[in-house]
Design a protein around this ligand. Structure first.
Ligand code: PLP
Length: 415
């Protein structure tokens, strides 16, 4: 038998090492639809508790919105459940094309191609478009799915220090011998919540004749005055060559992603991107609901406005209470604790007080950068956030972290 005692012992030891390093991740089981208040079973086997959710990517509160659910039901009735095919064989319906057109309109791009997920979009795009003659120059904090996607491409790879424009310029100059230079960045960075300096990146790209790729998964639907994304927020709509984004966060939160941008680049992905060619179509039920989501947010900025207001309010409460909060303007608000075990203890204490957050630590963030990542939703009310801050202060007092800066936290709890 190949999976013998030696193999089993190896994996048991690895799992024990993860546990004893305080890095073990446990699932919490939700017993109702995704929302800002949910019934959660944790640890497994314990009775469910009603908790306020501060860790979903449900930025616009649309994950279980009645209009979105109704559109999904209607889509299921009209176009069925599954496509039993990839897109290019017999997996493309009218609704898929309609959603691609609407996404192009919303993002301000020439064309869009749906993928089963944004992870798949990132896995396909670099390999399909770039070769040995080209170079991909990525911000050092890009999402794991971009790192993986870049690995699949034959293009040369380089990085620049996070949001460091001087370093990016050096790298662009260094690679002038390449056929194409591509600057690769997240729009909003998922762990820190900060916004890429896309206006400066676009200016540098023009100066050094480079293309710009932005993964806007944590921005599409709410960043910018009308929620188009980080390119709207930074005033560069129409000047980003490639955007990837997800339907799995603000836009209903089910699943699905896309590559959007210059017509020829998107068409090349339609011809060559492997997750598009070899993985199943996004199901019509999700496509139909996503169309309703774009109708909802295309007609009104009320949801993104409320989200912005909630974010400002929550940041104010945390700062006032004496937490070490990463600065930024996105609805991702990280409360820094630095030590992985402390972050887990903090999350456990909050859960006991009815607040659902998760401690993030290695390998999701760098070692010594553990944190509680809080995320706001347009569906939160001030009352939710007032209850949440009470719990944060109570746990913060118990664990002795209030009023401590980075150096003091690390001194007291270790990196
Ligand atoms: C969430 C996320 C993804 C993955 O999106 P899926 O559609 O769930 O695969 C990709 N990139 C970034 C930046 C993300 O935050």
């Amino acid at each position: 038998m190949a999976y013998d005692q030696k193999a089993q012992e190896h994996y048991r030891r690895e799992l024990d090492a993860i546990r004893s390093a305080g890095l073990f991740k446990e699932e919490r089981i939700i017993h109702d639809p995704q929302a800002v208040e949910i019934d959660v079973e944790f640890p497994a086997g314990e009775p469910v508790r009603r908790v306020i959710n501060l860790c979903a990517n449900n930025y616009l509160g649309l994950s279980s919105h009645p209009k979105v659910v109704a559109a999904a039901h209607a889509g299921l009735d009209r176009r069925g459940y599954g496509m039993s095919s990839v897109r290019f064989i017999c997996g493309t319906q009218d609704v898929h094309r309609e959603l691609e057109r609407k996404l192009s309109g919303f993002l301000g791009t020439e064309d869009t191609l749906l993928f089963p997920s944004c992870m798949d979009a990132n896995a396909g795009v670099f390999e399909a478009l770039f070769s040995e003659a080209d170079v991909l120059i990525a911000d050092r904090l890009v999402h794991a799915s971009i790192v993986d996607g870049m690995r699949l491409s034959k293009a040369a790879q380089d990085t620049f220090k996070h949001s460091d424009m001087e370093h990016l310029e050096e790298k662009l100059a260094e690679h002038l011998d390449k056929r194409f230079r591509v600057v690769v960045t997240d729009g909003v960075f998922s762990m820190d919540g900060d916004l890429a300096r896309l206006d400066e990146i676009v200016a540098l790209a023009e100066k050094y004749d480079a293309m710009v790729f932005v993964d806007d998964s944590h921005a599409t639907g709410f960043m910018g005055a009308t929620g188009r994304g980080s390119h709207e927020q930074t005033g560069v709509v129409g000047r980003i060559d490639l955007i990837t984004t997800t339907l799995g966060k603000a836009l209903g939160g089910a699943s699905g992603g896309c590559v959007s941008g210059r017509a020829e680049l998107v068409e090349m992905c339609r011809q060559r991107a492997r997750p598009y060619l070899f993985s199943n179509s996004v199901p019509p039920v999700i496509v139909s609901a996503a169309l309703a989501v774009l109708d909802l947010i295309g007609g009104s900025t009320a949801r993104r406005d409320k989200l912005e207001e909630n974010t400002r309010y929550w940041r104010g409460l945390l700062a006032e209470a004496g937490f070490d909060v990463k600065p930024g303007a996105s609805p991702i608000v990280p409360v820094m604790l630095y030590n992985a075990r402390l972050a887990q203890d903090f999350a456990r204490g909050l859960f006991a007080r009815g607040i659902y957050v998760v401690g993030f630590f290695f390998p999701v963030v760098a070692k010594g950068q553990a944190r509680i990542r809080t995320q706001l939703s347009a569906a939160h009310d001030k009352a939710h956030l007032d209850r949440a801050i009470e719990a944060f202060v109570s746990v913060g007092r118990e664990l002795g972290v209030l009023g401590l800066d980075r150096r003091q936290l690390i001194e007291r709890f270790g990196p």
